[in-house]
Design a protein around this ligand. Structure first.
Ligand code: LHQ
Length: 261
């Protein structure tokens, strides 16, 4: 499928998904949702894709919902469509797809992320951020909405309630330096290093046995709602399966051989 609002390329097992509406800082519109859905289906199905990088074209990462389209489609018409339904049918499946796909996602945050653009970044497994980029979590509250697309869940899980509340209300521009200090991102680099860093991480992830990375992604996510007992049991269950893979056997053998064992 030829995309208009996305750029999609796969190089040596790494898919780069670039949101491509730079004039509006890559805000989500209906077409982008359709295309994202298709691209993520491709990512899931294509065994050659091992890691996915999500980034933005131009100076922004993603400015969240396209407000002009929202105004036209949901607010102005006499029979306005339900925003709750819009979230359920567009944003929520996108976020869940990223979380549930057993392939790692890296957000390469090249520029400003606002509203649901922040949520998109937080749904990914790793984040590298340009030192000039910012998060605008209070974009939601500023237009009389609440953080959505998972931000009310991701934020407190990542930074704790107090900082989450502050980010969602008081902070107009959460700068990269503070995002790093809070643990919202894994690294902050000069803008020209954002994509190279994401690629470097992707190559390193690609070198790991894909199935174990997928399973550990699942287990780490379940931990958010599991008790220690449940996590221990889930680990035992997944490890039983992981230990039967040829990748596990090969890697242990290679390790022992290197040591002359
Ligand atoms: C935009 C946008 C945008 C359209 C910049 N839309 N054009 C889900 C479901 C249903 C309902 C509602 O919400 C949601 C989730 C959400 O995401 S709600 C939050 C929606 N997003 C926002 O409220 C962010 C709005 N944008 C901004 O506050 C600023 O643009 C930020 C802080 C992102 C960047 O500021 P600047 O760097 O100063 O850039 P700018 O404001 O000059 O924007 C550049 C252009 O992009 C400009 O167009 P123009 O023609 O003047 O160059 C903006 O109109 C356009 N743009 N965000 N969301």
């Amino acid at each position: 499928m030829a995309y208009e609002t996305l750029l999609y390329e796969v190089q040596e097992g790494v898919a780069i998904l670039t949101l491509n509406r730079p004039d509006v800082l890559n805000a989500f519109n209906e077409q982008m949702f359709q295309e994202l859905q298709e691209a993520l289906r491709t990512v899931e199905r294509d065994e050659a894709v091992r890691v996915v990088i999500v980034t933005g074209a131009g100076r922004g990462f993603c400015a969240g919902q396209d407000l002009a389209e929202m105004q036209a489609r949901y607010v102005q018409p006499a029979e306005a469509m339900s925003i709750g339904e819009h979230l359920r049918s567009r944003y929520n499946p996108l976020i869940l797809r990223i979380r549930n796909t057993e392939k790692p996602f890296i957000a390469a945050i090249n520029g400003v992320a606002a509203g649901a653009g922040c949520s998109l970044a937080l749904a990914c497994d790793l984040r590298v951020m340009a030192e000039t980029a910012t998060f605008v979590f209070n974009a939601f509250a500023k237009i009389g909405l609440i953080p959505d697309s998972g931000s009310t869940w991701f934020l407190p899980h990542l930074v704790g309630y107090g900082r989450a509340f502050e980010a969602a209300t008081l902070i107009d521009r959460l700068e990269a330096r503070r995002a790093l200090e809070w643990g919202l991102v894994n690294a902050v680099v000069p803008p020209e290093q954002v994509l190279p860093t994401a690629r470097e991480w992707a190559v390193r992830l690609r070198e790991l046995p894909g199935r174990s990375v997928g399973w550990l992604k699942r287990a780490l996510q379940r931990a958010a709602t599991f008790t220690l007992e449940q996590s221990l049991e889930y680990e035992a269950h997944l490890q039983e399966v992981a230990a039967r893979t040829p990748e596990h056997r090969e890697r242990v053998e290679a390790f022992l051989k290197r040591r002359g064992g």
